[in-house]
Design a protein around this ligand. Structure first.
Ligand code: DX5
Ligand code: ZN
Length: 231
């Protein structure tokens, strides 16, 4: 069950205005954001390209927020090091890209970053069984990776619940894709405590207000669960 104090919204820069990235980051930082989500796409593992190491490095120079880097790339082992050197706090790699996932986990950790493992909507929770105890967080995709602004796939809620029951209190459960004011409470009720939100924040005319509304709704859902549990 997500603890209200662990519930966080991670603004995804994919939907931000790249011509004024520093300003966009400052908006959500002032609104209370504690971390940023950075989506790296290679046009191979996913059918889209986004940005790479220089952008992560530039973001790192303009904020002290934790940087949660989501590698949607075919060769996470090959590129983890430069993304960590660029300032990533957490590296999330996709289980679908890793025939020997423990090697990827160990490699990222040796380089000094935290480790997350990400699962596509079509990948079952069992796929991460052998490494789940060794990661800092699990990232469950609730859209097919590659694009912002897609509709939340409600079928993935069950996977969130299954994974959340397997995590220790210090491990985080991240939900990524289609998070808005309607789906944020659903994701928290299913066990998520970090909610990535791109278009719901940066697609809004007032990103700071959109951030705060999502954070309030998510924490409220966690508090209601806490009360129901105690009742
Ligand atoms: C999609 C990315 C997401 C994306 C989410 O491949 O992994 O992080 O930014 O965007 P929204 O919140 O618009 O679904
Ligand atoms: Zn992402």
């Amino acid at each position: 069950m997500p603890e209200p104090q662990n519930v966080r919204i991670a603004p995804s820069l994919l939907s931000a205005d790249f011509a004024r990235l520093g300003d966009q980051i400052a908006l959500v930082e002032r609104a209370g954001a504690e971390l940023l989500h950075l989506d790296v796409m290679d046009g191979h593992f996913v059918p889209n390209l986004s940005f790479g190491v220089p952008v992560v490095e530039g973001v790192s120079r303009c904020t002290d927020l934790a940087l949660d880097t989501h590698l949607m790339i075919a060769e996470p082992m090959r590129y983890a090091a430069p993304f960590i050197e660029a300032g990533s706090t957490v590296i999330n790699f996709h289980i679908e890209t890793a025939p020997r996932p423990q090697e990827v986990v160990d490699h990222i950790r040796e380089l000094g970053a935290k480790v997350g493992v990400a699962l596509n909507p079509g990948t079952p929770a069992e796929a991460i069984l052998e490494i789940i105890k060794t990661v800092d967080q699990v990232l469950v995709m609730t859209v097919w990776p590659g694009f912002g602004g897609q509709a939340f796939i409600a079928d993935c809620l069950e996977k969130l619940t299954i994974v959340s029951r397997q995590l220790r209190p210090e491990q985080r459960l991240v939900v990524d894709g289609g998070i808005d004011r309607v789906t944020a409470p659903l994701a928290v009720r299913a066990g998520a405590d970090v909610l990535v939100a791109g278009s719901a924040i940066f697609g809004s005319a007032d990103p700071a207000a959109a951030y705060r509304a999502l954070a309030d709704l998510a924490r409220q859902a966690a508090r209601e669960m806490e009360v129901a549990e105690g009742a």
